[in-house]
Design a protein around this ligand. Structure first.
Ligand SMILES: Cc1ncc(C[n+]2csc(CCOP(=O)(O)OP(=O)(O)O)c2C)c(N)n1
Ligand SMILES: [Mg+2]
Length: 608
């Protein structure tokens, strides 16, 4: 058997094994006795790259041995490994030809932080949202059964992702398919935060899986490589629905991450020796923190207010709320659908639940918003964090569809604040309105404006004219309002007078204000950090074009394709959401020709 040469490093380590692995086939060519060394090198590389560029971290460290064993025992890519979520896929990436790219992970020219089919044959199913792996694996295994080609499929699902309703649905159905469905249950007791729910509390995994019709193998110590490999080989050779329970430690092999896996789920760059994180620069607080503080203040004065998160206490700021109101916060697990209907149930009994869910994760609870909240006119407030483009996490996590999927729902109020002061007032508006209500706000730092002492309700369906103007009206929503004000300044320098409106509400829209400003200017540009299809600009068009047929309306927003991962400011520039681009678009809209540098370049270039 081919055995690549080893090179000793000054620190006594050996790096050559990993370097010799261009694909899992190279891994499978190694003797079993070398696999511990591969695992050591993988871990060292994960820590090195993680310390340099950050990213999802502890999950991948926890599945190093599993990743090695799976690619060693299964004949990938002919056999299919379906990872749930994909945040734990960094070791898998290292073993499948993406070692060179890993230091650019999540950057525009690097691999995704999750899994994408376009990255090669080993990412057999795209991921980013939790709870999809067993369904996808079941579909693959069933197709393989029909093809009769002997290829295999295995899902790798964490105990957190297993709390998603879809996982139960898939386990319940897949065991009856007659296909050789296989699951590795990667149980580390953690979701992002400590895992929640009956299954995690009772630890009755064996009975759970068996009750759903699965043969149960394990539990195996997920860091004992020979044991894991033997167990994975049994799983590979099993027939019928079989689950292997692996007990793992999130952050395994890196002491700071083992000690605090919650903090190390995802990380900024850090000093590998000490585990010290790079300090965030000072500056305004995040939208998330502002939301949590505003909600806490509302709860101080209104005992009906309770908060719900679906496994994102940190990401949504509900942990911050819970620090002040410990018995009024619920983490329901990765269960967005349940979160919404649970909130609806609370609301029927007189509470005022606030459901804090990322825009992209609420996508999967659409019907619950329609059927359980809006149709019954229940007073649930949805706080949609991470609305708009999120940057490095990419298309699975961009929140670019919420206005489109929410504004079609009768009874629902939909709005977005331009700053944290408006956020606190809109939250108060939602909670006190007694109506189904959704407020969206973006990832990142809030503008940093001073806060009024008390959150107070605003009139529903009323926008605000922030700047008078007579040539063109710029109509922003949420984060695009400051960009529109910036554009107006730039236009003023070019002699164009631009009005700026903070629309604030998408539903109901302030038709009166928009008509008035539109009539006065004759041209109107909507600016949204959201898909143009069905979004805010569409709502404006629908309302204004029949009323003001002569009004010229232009819309700036996300194009009709999924925007890749990358730096969010670059993304904004490319799409034309920054002040300079908005100004250029407004100039074209009012018929002012583009500035002349193009002509100069052309002249300079034509030398004969
Ligand atoms: C639908 C959805 N909700 C929330 C998330 C955010 N999220 C990413 S990973 C994760 C925890 C996953 O826990 P687990 O499956 O146990 O994996 P571990 O990190 O423990 O390896 C969560 C909540 C998501 N990706 N998708
Ligand atoms: Mg887990």
């Amino acid at each position: 058997m081919f055995s690549p040469p080893r090179v000793s490093q000054p620190d006594g380590g050996i790096v050559s094994l990993l370097e010799s692995i261009g694909s899992p086939e190279d891994l499978r060519a190694l003797p079993r006795g070398d696999l511990d060394q591969v695992a050591t090198e993988l871990r060292r590389e994960l820590i090195r790259v993680g310390s340099e560029v950050g990213g999802h971290f502890a999950g991948s460290l926890g599945v190093v041995e599993l990743s090695v064993a799976l690619h060693y025992a299964f004949e990938t890519p002919r056999d299919r490994i379906v990872w749930d979520v994909g945040h734990q896929g960094y070791a898998h990436k290292l073993l499948t030809g993406r070692r060179q790219g890993l230091p650019r992970i999540k950057q525009a020219d690097g691999p995704s932080g999750f899994l994408r089919r376009c990255e090669g044959p080993y990412d057999v199913f795209g991921a980013g949202h939790a709870g999809t792996s067993v369904s996808a694996m079941a579909g693959i295994a069933e197709a393989q059964r029909r093809a009769g080609d002997g290829a295999r499929a295995v899902a790798v699902i964490g105990d957190g992702a297993a709390t998603a309703g879809m996982s139960f649905e898939a386990l319940n159905h897949a065991s009856t398919l007659g296909a050789d469905v296989r699951v590795v249950f990667n149980d580390n007791g953690m979701s992002i935060a400590p895992n929640v729910g009956g299954l995690s509390e009772t630890g009755e995994a064996k009975r759970y899986f068996e009750a759903l019709g699965w043969r149960y193998l394990g539990p195996v110590d997920g860091h004992d490589l020979p044991a894991v490999l033997a167990a994975v080989e049994s799983l590979r050779d099993a027939q019928g629905p079989t689950v292997l329970h692996a007990r793992t430690k999130k952050g395994a092999g890196y002491a700071p991450a083992e000690a605090d896996p919650f903090k190390w789920h995802a990380t900024a760059p850090f000093d590998a020796a000490s585990g010290a994180r790079q300090k965030k620069e000072g500056g305004p607080p995040s939208w998330t923190a502002c939301f949590a503080d505003a909600l806490s203040r509302l709860a101080d004065r209104d005992s009906r207010v309770v908060a719900i998160t679906a496994a994102m206490p940190d990401g949504t700021g509900i942990d911050r709320f819970a620090a002040r109101h410990p018995d009024r916060a619920y983490d329901v697990g990765i269960a967005e659908q349940h979160a919404v209907t649970f909130a609806a149930g609370l609301a029927t009994e007189g509470l005022r639940p606030v459901c804090a869910i990322y825009s992209s994760f609420l996508q999967r609870a659409f019907d619950q918003v329609v059927h359980d909240v809006a149709l019954q006119e229940l007073p649930v407030t949805f706080a949609l964090d991470r609305a708009g483009l999120v940057g490095a996490d990419g298309p699975t996590h961009h929140g670019g569809l919420d206005l489109a999927y929410l504004r079609v729902i009768p009874n629902l109020v939909v709005c977005a604040p331009r700053d944290e002061n408006e956020l606190q007032h809109l939250l108060a508006t939602g909670v006190e309105s007694g109506r189904p209500f959704a407020v969206r706000f973006p990832r990142g730092a809030a503008p940093g404006v001073p806060l009024d002492p008390d959150p107070k309700p605003l009139p529903i369906g009323r926008g605000e004219l922030l700047r008078e103007g007579c040539d063109v009206a710029l109509v922003g929503l949420g984060k695009t309002v400051p960009a529109s004000l910036d554009a107006a300044e730039r236009l003023a320098e070019r002699g164009i007078s631009a009005a700026v409106v903070d629309a604030r509400f998408v539903k109901p829209l302030d038709v009166e204000l928009l008509s008035e400003v539109g009539r006065g200017c004759g041209a109107l540009v909507t600016v949204e950090d959201h898909s143009l299809s069905g979004g805010f600009g569409s709502a404006v068009l629908e309302e204004l074009s029949p009323r003001l047929p002569g009004l010229r309306i232009e819309r700036i927003g996300l194009p009709d394709h999924f925007v890749d991962h990358g730096d969010v400011n670059d993304q904004w520039r490319e799409i034309g959401l920054d002040g300079a681009s908005i100004a250029e678009r407004a100039l074209r809209c009012v018929g002012v020709p583009a500035p002349s540098p193009t002509r100069a370049v052309v002249a300079g270039a034509s030398d004969g």
